[in-house]
Design a protein around this ligand. Structure first.
Ligand SMILES: [Zn+2]
Ligand SMILES: [Zn+2]
Length: 348
């Protein structure tokens, strides 16, 4: 390597496997042909980061995590051009092989060699990163603290695409984490006449109501039956579509029961890989239920950014903590604090 920037160092959060991580000084990445060098502005901390820490999903160690990235263009690799230096961008973290049968059928979301910045290669919990120029989305005058929710909004957008609602649908969302709160808003944009949100934390339900949820139901995880009675009062015949955005098996079982005959259940939450739910095949058969899944996103970043720019998805109240390189541990702890919604990393 003879590149002029070789030798520069930066600080980064590094996951080393087995649940271990540290703050390290590592070489600053060098943009290759087709890539931009980016200075990190904001990166969202997400439950996926916790799964990666413990070796789940597609983790490859040592790993600089962070896949919900807002950054500023610093420069480009040899023979590469893109948005002006200084432009603020959202980075689409997904990487598709372009060569498997799914990619060749135009369904990159099913790529068998799916990769992602911050999951199997260096991401944004650092001072700098590199990304392909085709993955940069300029944010214009959108504030970085709002733009940082673009990637979760893109994943929710994909979920809404998969759900393919009928106009004026009556929809129930289980979960009021960042994605539940974004999904509840996007479902309105996608045609839901009424959205109900059920979750175990009152403060999060307040945020859901502030962003347009018609009804909210406080759920006690230990007493799902009580929530079922309340939900039946709202929709005696069940909801046209029910979104499970918690990853909990018992909630998925309730989601099936709360779906109207002929309706659809969307499995959005990340359950334990080995978890098994008790669902009666007879019920799916006799009530003609549809069960769909939604995984990550492909090519949804542009629309997600527009949803934020246009104000159809609002982010007030979603970011509950800001953490820097020196207190990144707090961000991991916040993932287990039910009062927290979204922590955002800034390197400074
Ligand atoms: Zn995420
Ligand atoms: Zn592929």
């Amino acid at each position: 390597m003879t590149d002029a920037s070789t030798g520069a160092a930066m600080r980064a959060v590094v996951f080393t496997g087995g649940g271990d991580w540290g703050l390290e000084t590592v070489p600053q990445p060098v943009a290759r042909h087709g890539e931009a060098l980016l200075r990190v502005l904001r990166v969202g901390v997400c439950g996926t980061d916790e799964h990666l820490l413990h070796g789940g999903f597609i983790a490859r160690f040592p790993l600089v995590p962070g896949h919900e990235i807002v950054a500023e263009v610093v420069g480009y690799g040899p023979g590469t051009t893109g948005p002006d230096v200084g432009t603020r961008v959202v980075v689409d973290p997904t990487i598709f092989c372009g060569n498997c049968s799914a990619c060749k059928r135009g369904r990159p979301g099913y790529c068998t060699d799916f990769g992602s910045l911050g999951c199997d290669r260096a991401g944004g919990f650092a001072e700098y990163l590199t990304a392909g120029v085709e993955k940069l989305f300029p944010i214009g005058d959108l504030a970085p603290e709002v733009a940082v929710l673009t990637e979760p909004t893109a994943c929710a957008m994909h979920g809404v695409d998969v759900l393919a609602l009928e106009p004026a649908a009556d929809v129930l969302v289980f979960g009021a984490g960042p994605t539940g709160l974004i999904l509840a808003q996007l479902l309105r944009v996608a045609g839901a006449a009424r959205v109900t949100v059920a979750a175990p934390t009152a403060s999060k339900l307040e945020v859901a109501r502030a962003h347009g949820a018609a009804h909210t139901v406080l759920m006690d995880r230990a007493n799902a039956g009580a929530a079922e009675a309340q939900l039946r009062e709202i929709a005696p015949e069940g909801f046209d579509a029910v979104v499970e955005a918690t990853g909990s098996v018992s909630v998925l079982e309730l989601a099936v029961r709360m779906t109207r005959t002929g309706g659809t259940v969307l499995v959005y939450g990340l359950a334990q890989e080995a978890a098994i739910a008790a669902i009666r095949p007879y019920e799916i058969f006799s009530r003609e239920l549809t069960i769909r899944g939604s995984f990550a996103q492909a090519n949804c970043i542009g629309r997600a950014l527009f949803a934020l720019q246009s104000g159809s998805v609002r982010t007030e109240g979603l970011v509950t903590a800001e953490v820097g390189l020196d207190d990144f541990g707090a961000a991991l702890e916040n993932l287990h604090d039910s009062a927290q919604i979204k922590s955002v990393f800034t390197p400074a």
